[in-house]
Design a binder for this molecule. Structure first.
Ligand SMILES: O=P(O)(O)O[C@H]1[C@H](OP(=O)(O)O)[C@@H](OP(=O)(O)O)[C@H](OP(=O)(O)O)[C@@H](OP(=O)(O)O)[C@H]1OP(=O)(O)O
Ligand code: ADP
Length: 550
């Protein structure tokens, strides 16, 4: 069990073993030292050992954490996140199905693996500026239990099939990326945060793909049909990741407007840390642009130089889309591409046949606008490079997974040597750089492809957080980059989150899911398109017959 540290120097030392929060100024309620803390602005997790703390009472004495200072922030399939009311720090807890008992040490190791993977792998691939590793902290069990009770009513019903881990006391402490990363204390300025889960930005190019449609339509667009059919979402989104990743402003604008029309779990907008836009689940009300514009107008038209009404809504949405596009194309790494050199970009088609944008161009007899491509130092480019570690597609990868499985059935003790469950250290990272696809029949080759696939899956499911804070006209940009809109200027930060390495055990699920998605799409959509085409062809044939008779 991880030790709880004693009184520390007060500096924030990431990567310690489940730092207890005792006596750690950057985690206490006291004002942090300049620049201290997992988020320089500070603070908040007070000190204590996991123990049955005295009954809850107001005030933050040393060693008592107050669940009333924390609020529900969001959750996905695996984690639940709470944010401190004043400070820019979050606690990210693991979630499990009810009655799923996991030993505390196992929880600690799981969380430490997330930190190690972010630090040793994703920081290398995506860049120092975009990735925040956080740190494993140990919390008072009573605090966690009270917190769980407090937030339960705020959770979307669709997420309540799993519960917060209240038994181990471990959580990840991270900077609150929904607030601008400041280098000192949090500046009390309005902050707008846009979170995008872009999903996979390329069409598979592997020769192992057996379903022809997979070379024409992207995974996201195909998956939309199955998701609507199974009731996960009400309507098919017009968003296509290839438009967002294209680097072409026209396509990126279309992609962002599509996300604004149908957010699903791919878009969330926060204002001063509060969720103001984005579906909590399939039953959430339909997107209301006028309400969103009302929230955003002060950011984009600060002098209130814009009358209300539909014109205003359109103008505000246009400004938002343009600013987000500029930020996505910004290059905080000054052109430093990541460690991967996967070639000029996706080798498959650059436009997805299912994208409404692509379809409208074809109907107008135009070709897709040339892909200006993403700047090599921007987060989308780097994320796409990591996604393309999926070199063989799941259809080519799955037999290699079976090879590793057969080896582990024979030598189960080798699982540790193969680093299936970590440690995700430098050695693990170095093995990811071997991009060969020539199968030499060895377990080593199979394992490398499996590990690369897991990393690619992680990059296909992560999210980009963009934080915007209005800054004065003369704000110098050396501390923080600045982006201009028609009437405003914003200091901004771009971060990536949800970088948990996808589990080795999820590969069979991916293989089955891939088949389900493709079969459903081929059976319903592709067949329908073919029927429409043949009806048109028949129609034109009938016309030809009439002509002959005459
Ligand atoms: O619907 P969510 O929020 O539970 O998200 C799922 C992902 O579904 P979605 O496609 O709606 O983003 C799911 O991604 P795929 O459907 O497989 O594309 C994702 O599974 P992975 O494929 O293994 O990434 C799933 O991730 P985990 O089960 O948590 O690993 C979950 O994504 P997150 O909730 O964002 O983790
Ligand atoms: N560091 C963070 N700062 C602010 N919000 C966060 C942070 N990490 C996660 N979140 C919010 O919590 C939600 C769920 O977290 P996430 O890590 O995506 O869960 P999961 O791993 O289950 O997908 C995210 O969509 C995001 O809105």
């Amino acid at each position: 069990m991880a030790a709880t540290v004693g009184v520390a120097s007060g500096d924030y030392e990431p990567g310690s073993r489940g730092r207890g929060v005792e006596g750690r100024p950057w985690l206490t309620g006291a004002p942090p030292p300049d620049g201290g803390g997992c988020c320089p602005g500070g603070p908040a997790v007070s000190s204590s050992r996991p123990r049955e703390a005295p009954g809850p009472h107001r005030g933050m004495d040393e060693g008592k954490m107050d669940e009333n200072e924390w609020g529900y922030h969001g959750e996905g399939n695996k984690s639940l996140v709470v944010a401190h009311a004043q400070r820019c720090v979050v606690l990210r807890f693991l979630k499990f199905p009810p009655n799923r008992k996991k030993a505390s040490e196992e929880i600690f190791q799981h969380l430490q693996n997330i930190v190690d993977f972010s630090k040793n792998v994703m920081k290398e691939f995506l860049g120092e500026n975009y990735v925040h590793c956080g740190e494993v902290v140990q919390l008072p069990l009573d605090f966690v239990k009270q917190l769980c009770l407090k937030i339960q009513s705020e959770r979307p019903e669709s997420r309540c099939d799993k519960d917060l881990d209240t038994l181990s006391g471990y959580a990840l402490c991270l900077p609150n990326l929904a607030r601008l990363q400041t280098y000192r204390f949090v500046e009390h300025r309005p902050i707008l945060c846009v979170e995008i889960k872009p999903k996979c930005g390329f069409i598979p190019f592997s020769g192992d793909v057996t379903h022809e449609v997979k070379h024409k339509v992207c995974r996201y667009c195909m998956h939309q049909h199955l998701k609507v059919a199974t009731g996960k979402w009400k309507q098919i989104s017009k968003y296509c990741p290839l438009d967002l990743y294209s680097g072409n402003k026209q396509r990126m604008h279309f992609a962002l407007k599509s996300l604004l029309q149908e957010a699903q779990n791919n878009l969330k907008i926060f204002k001063n840390g509060e969720l103001i836009y984005g579906c909590k689940d399939a039953r959430s009300p339909v997107a209301d642009w006028s309400e969103l514009a009302h929230h955003l107008k002060p950011f984009f038209f600060p002098s209130n130089g814009l009358a209300g009404g539909p014109h205003c809504t359109g103008a505000v949405i246009r400004e938002l889309v343009r600013v987000i596009t500029r930020v996505l194309l910004s290059d905080s790494e000054k052109g430093r591409a990541g460690a991967l050199r996967l070639g000029p970009g996706p080798q498959g088609p650059r436009v997805c046949e299912a994208s409404p944008f692509g379809r409208s161009l074809r109907h107008q007899g135009k070709s897709a606008p040339e892909c200006s491509g993403l700047p090599k130092g921007c987060l989308l480019y780097k994320t796409l490079q990591v996604q393309m570690l999926d070199l063989l597609d799941i259809e080519g990868l799955y037999p290699l997974y079976r090879r590793v499985e057969r080896y582990l059935e024979e030598f189960p003790e080798e699982r540790k040597t193969l680093q299936i469950d970590g440690p995700y250290d430098e050695a693990f990272y170095q093995k990811l750089l071997d991009l060969s696809t020539e199968d030499d029949g060895t377990v080593a080759f199979a394992l490398t492809k499996v590990q690369q696939y897991r990393v690619a899956m992680t990059a296909k499911d992560c999210s980009v957080m963009i934080a915007l804070s209005p800054c004065l006209q003369d704000a110098s940009s050396e501390q923080r980059p600045v982006v201009a809109s028609s009437r405003s200027r914003f200091a901004f930060s771009v971060s990536v989150l949800d970088l948990d390495l996808k589990p080795y055990e999820s590969i069979p699920h991916q293989y089955k899911l891939d088949g389900k998605i493709v079969n459903y799409y081929s059976k319903t959509v592709h067949a329908k398109d073919a029927a429409v085409m043949s009806a048109r062809f028949k129609e034109s044939e009938d016309c030809t017959l009439v002509l002959h008779q005459v």
